[in-house]
Unconditional design. Structure first.
Length: 209
């Protein structure tokens, strides 16, 4: 079965919001401490989406944080095609992961000083200019192909794998509702333990003020 990358449906189209005028001064890059995965289902609620953008815009731009997008409505489209015509496991898996790339571009468009990257080696360069790195993961995942092509694997597990690979201490899941995929506990296994925090829409994203 293909990978079930999380997503959401968009509401009534709205005019693009003006970027928030939040200053992010360049500073010396630091190693990645936290991976923040932004659930695509947040796009289903204008209030939840606004909350997510506001919280992410308060993050430091010093290389400590890497943002990973879920699949959002882009991956939902792949699921709809799969239900209609039946896709092969590999085709659905990679098409859904490309949805994560698309959502990464949407996030970067709305976040102040955000830059889409496709390689974690680019995080330090982004931070050196005062930017926030948003990972489009398909290139990296395609090269490594580390996870099963299964509905049991969602963007939560992909973000956990990424957190492990970059040596992060903390994984934060920004979500509209609780719950994750059956593979997630496997993706978080490692030493030292990975701290996983679930932050639901409306709650503060603490630890980075």
């Amino acid at each position: 079965m293909p990978t079930d990358i999380d997503g959401g449906v968009t509401g009534t189209p709205r005019e693009p919001a003006a970027p928030l005028a939040i200053p992010h001064e360049p500073r010396a890059p630091r190693s990645i401490e936290t991976v923040i995965k932004v659930g695509g289902a947040l796009l289903a609620s204008a209030d939840a989406w606004a909350w997510a953008i506001a919280e992410l815009d308060r993050l430091p731009r010093d290389g400590r944080v890497l943002v990973v997008a879920g699949g959002g409505p882009f991956a939902d489209a792949v699921r709809a095609v799969d239900r209609t015509v039946g896709l092969g496991d590999a085709a659905a898996h990679w098409a859904a992961i490309l949805g994560m790339d698309q959502f990464a571009h949407i996030l970067a468009d709305r976040l102040a000083a955000a830059v889409v990257i496709d390689d974690v080696d680019q995080v330090a360069g982004v931070a050196a200019t005062g930017g926030l790195a948003v990972l489009a993961p398909s290139r990296w995942l395609r090269a490594a192909d580390p996870l099963p092509h299964s509905w049991d694997v969602t963007a939560d597990s992909i973000a956990a794998w990424i957190a492990r690979q970059v040596g992060a201490e903390r994984l934060v899941l920004l979500k509209l509702a609780p719950g994750t995929d059956p593979y997630f506990s496997m993706a978080t296994i490692g030493d030292p333990p990975l701290t996983v925090d679930l932050v639901l829409a409306g709650a503060p994203l603490s630890g980075y003020r």
